[in-house]
Design a protein around this ligand. Sequence first.
Ligand SMILES: *Cc1c(COP(=O)(O)O)cnc(C)c1O
Length: 390
Amino acid sequence: MGTTLAPPPLNPPERLLMGPGPSNPDPRVLEAMTKNPVGHLDPYFVDLMDETMGALRNVYRTTNHHTIPISGTGSAGLETILVNLLEAGDSAVVGVNGYFGNRLAELARRTGADVRVIEAAPGEIADPAEYEKLLADRPAKLVAFVHVETTTGACQPIAPIVESAKRHGALVMADCVTSLAGIPLDIDALGLDAAGSCTQKGLGAPAGLGPITVGPRAMEAVANRKTKPATWYFDLSLLFQYWGGDGATKKRAFHHTAPIQSIYGIHEALRLVLEEGLDARWARHQAAHEQLVTGLEGMGLAMFTPAANQCATINVVGVPDGVDELRVRNRLLSMGVEMGGGLGVLAGKVWRVGTMGYNAQPARVEKFLGALDEAIVEERKVFESYEGRR
Ligand SMILES: *Cc1c(COP(=O)(O)O)cnc(C)c1O
């Protein structure tokens, strides 16, 4: 027989989360998430859904009605867009310059679409002329790419890709998981047809939702599908029977139980962004990024991402000689500070440091820099004595 003993109560350590996500939520967001639960069809909640959609539109800078948080993390939002816009036999062009670009291509392939890939080396961005060339060669229904490739730190300029896509009649979507609420992003001015993000990076909330926006051209493509999407949970047509298809009616059809407390969280996070103002928030992130890079370079480290491709939310820095990268990260964690390691081909070669959301503040960046310096100095002593014994 199993034991009837309950486990001890939770006692999670306090961490400064300076990795590529999650970042520390704003305390106001955590507080909002403890408010009274209500039902997912409660009139109070229906109003809150409308408010959340409105605030999310403002943060995405769009008038797209179809702007909602998908239940699931950022990946769920991106998957929702791809499985609704693509079906078997469609053609897609996907930009790949790291792990998350590959992920987008894989999501696209799983719809049965024919996927052509435009590759760029880690840290680099794709040349917009390559999109032009591929699309001129053969049209595509959808062009998809990653705005900020979190594994390499490279920021892909959106405008030239949209220009090519539009010229050739393709819809265009971007993975804005590491850009929303951290660096300039204006969905309508850029002409993006769809974008997806997450809650745990620039928005400063816990992970759990995938905020997406889908424009009218893209919704038209959804309505004109030959087949239903293979997904039921992420079917946009069904989701908007719950979220409100036109914004005019409060009539809501049950689809799945909305994660009420998470919606409280994103509602407060969006409120915080709009209170601060997007321009001020982008400037705060830029200042934190510059402070961090100056500090890292002052310690003798070299940024991995070329300066021209860097962006304010994620900082990818080379691991210096004379230390074991994992031991430095573990030592840092024992000091209560988390940063990320490299993924894929960059494993063991870089560290990834986020300056996102609530953490994009001078005191937090300074605390991180102090801790990293100490961890490296301590590790060098160990490494040298070890090397000396060989
Ligand atoms: C973090 C990240 C994702 C995945 O988001 P989840 O919330 O972890 O599902 C996707 N794309 C990029 C660029 C990311 O940085």
